[in-house]
Design a protein around this ligand. Structure first.
Ligand SMILES: Cc1cc2nc3c(=O)[nH]c(=O)nc-3n(C[C@H](O)[C@H](O)[C@H](O)COP(=O)(O)OP(=O)(O)OC[C@H]3O[C@@H](n4cnc5c(N)ncnc54)[C@H](O)[C@@H]3O)c2cc1C
Length: 410
């Protein structure tokens, strides 16, 4: 096997439901060793599922992924894997209760983007021109594949913040632009956690000894330059850590359903409309629209946009089959244009969708709602019951969330 982490070109990330299910099936025999092996970073990333893009965009449901290994193993054998999936649900629920953390991140990012000296140093790190060869390797891997192993994400973020002393917001943005699984909650909050903002008094430092323990030796040997800088790292303590308050205890009301024609809006936040609360809807039309304006605003990498387009195509094809009506795929125009075009032709109707959580698509909702109302079309957003159930559990830390979740199942 090659000693590079950058996978061979045939190692791709599932972009359809069918291929995601196949990948999940293939992962099941390895789930029992996940607790032991998951922190080891090896070429091809065979210790982990690599399902994050599919889970992030809901080609697969979190519940399906958590349940699949249990067809073969006892719950205790695969608990670590289940827990990791619930880390994702925890971050999402946590941010949903505190959307101001996302808005502040975007404002702070805007500020750093105007600081030329800092931006130049950040660019050098993104482009693999830093003092530490293995971090250059990770930057390169991220850009080439749209993926990094969790441990590599932690090392990279820790190095960026505590060694290079760069603002975490620029690092989070670098990840968000390239990661196929780039998620407003998991990404922003993990960077905050590494910076010491999420759990007061706790930062994450990348240490040479830890890399030597968990990274395939041949890879490290090949990229050893600058490792001495990771021998005795000292944390960059955040200035002031305040606990963000819950500002959105309940979700905004949707427009009331009307009697007119219905369009189902399929979007990248949840590509599984045929399963869940919308499955019995009788739409007259399906609009599978990409958030082109958001992709542009957040400067998504071309490979990531291509992945999203393929996943949306797949969602549209499945919805068309399930709802027995035509789906129009529109990933080229801004979202508002695709939806208002239908609204203009169907005044008095309604557009129904699964509710997008905090992030770029959610940011567009107020403007979209206004435009649709002007055309006398209502926008009805529907929640998955399991998302609503988990939301109120994320008021404290993860293990508190996990305990409450376990208790709710007993
Ligand atoms: C700085 C940083 C940024 C991150 N950004 C993202 C992001 O944008 N999107 C994202 O999905 N994950 C993010 N993660 C979490 C984690 O690194 C990835 O979910 C994981 O590496 C994906 O690979 P996998 O599918 O092989 O995971 P596996 O180990 O196979 O885990 C299975 C699933 O559980 C979930 N999961 C696993 N670990 C975590 C975790 N620590 N936090 C949240 N969910 C987890 C994912 O959905 C993952 O697909 C980030 C972590 C760090 C440290």
């Amino acid at each position: 096997m090659t000693a590079e982490l950058i996978p061979p070109p045939d190692l791709t990330f599932a972009d359809t439901r069918r291929s995601s299910l196949k990948q999940l099936e293939a992962f099941i025999p390895r789930a029992s060793k996940y607790g032991r092996d998951r922190n080891h970073v090896v070429p091809g990333h065979t210790n982990v599922s690599r399902l994050s893009p599919a889970i992030r965009h809901r080609l697969l449901l979190e519940s399906e992924c958590a349940e699949a290994p249990r067809t073969r193993y006892a719950a205790s054998t695969v608990e670590k894997f289940t827990q990791e999936i619930y880390w994702r649900r925890y971050w999402k629920a946590w941010l949903s209760l505190r959307p101001q953390v996302w808005t502040s991140y975007l404002e702070e990012l805007e500020h750093w983007r105007t600081d030329h000296e800092t931006l130049e140093r950040a660019n050098a790190c993104e482009e693999g021109r830093s003092r530490i060869a293995i971090m250059n390797h990770f930057a390169n891997e991220l850009i080439k594949t749209g993926y990094l192993h969790n441990h590599a994400r932690m090392w990279f973020a820790g190095w960026w913040i505590h060694i290079e002393r760069l603002p975490w917001q620029l690092g989070a943005d670098f990840f968000f632009r390239h990661l196929l699984d780039g998620d407003p909650a998991s990404n922003t909050l993990s960077w905050r956690w590494v910076a010491g903002l999420q759990t007061p008094g706790k930062t994450y430092l990348p240490r040479r000894s830890n890399l030597e323990k968990y990274l395939t030796p041949e890879v490290l040997e090949k990229h050893a330059e600058g490792l001495e800088l990771l021998e005795k790292p000292t944390p960059q303590q955040p200035e002031a850590v305040t606990k963000p308050a819950v500002t959105r205890p309940s979700l905004e009301d949707s427009d009331a359903p009307s009697d007119g024609p219905i369009a189902l809006w399929l979007h990248e936040e949840d590509l599984l409309t045929e399963q869940g609360p919308l499955s019995s809807l009788k739409p007259h039309h399906i609009i599978a629209a990409g958030n082109r304006a958001g992709w542009k605003e957040h400067r998504f990498a071309p490979g990531k946009i291509e992945w999203l387009e393929r996943a949306i195509q797949d969602g549209a094809r499945r919805s068309e089959e399930h709802f027995e009506t035509s789906a129009e795929v529109d990933t080229r125009r801004p979202l508002a244009e695709s939806l208002t075009q239908w609204a203009n032709d169907h005044r008095g109707g309604q557009i129904v969708a699964l509710r997008p959580e905090v992030g770029p698509l959610h940011d567009q909702l107020p403007d979209l709602r206004t435009k649709l109302r002007e055309l006398d079309v209502s926008l009805r957003l529907v929640d998955r019951p399991e998302d609503l159930d988990l939301r109120p559990l994320a008021t404290g830390g993860f293990f508190n969330f996990w305990k409450k979740f376990q208790a709710s199942r007993d």
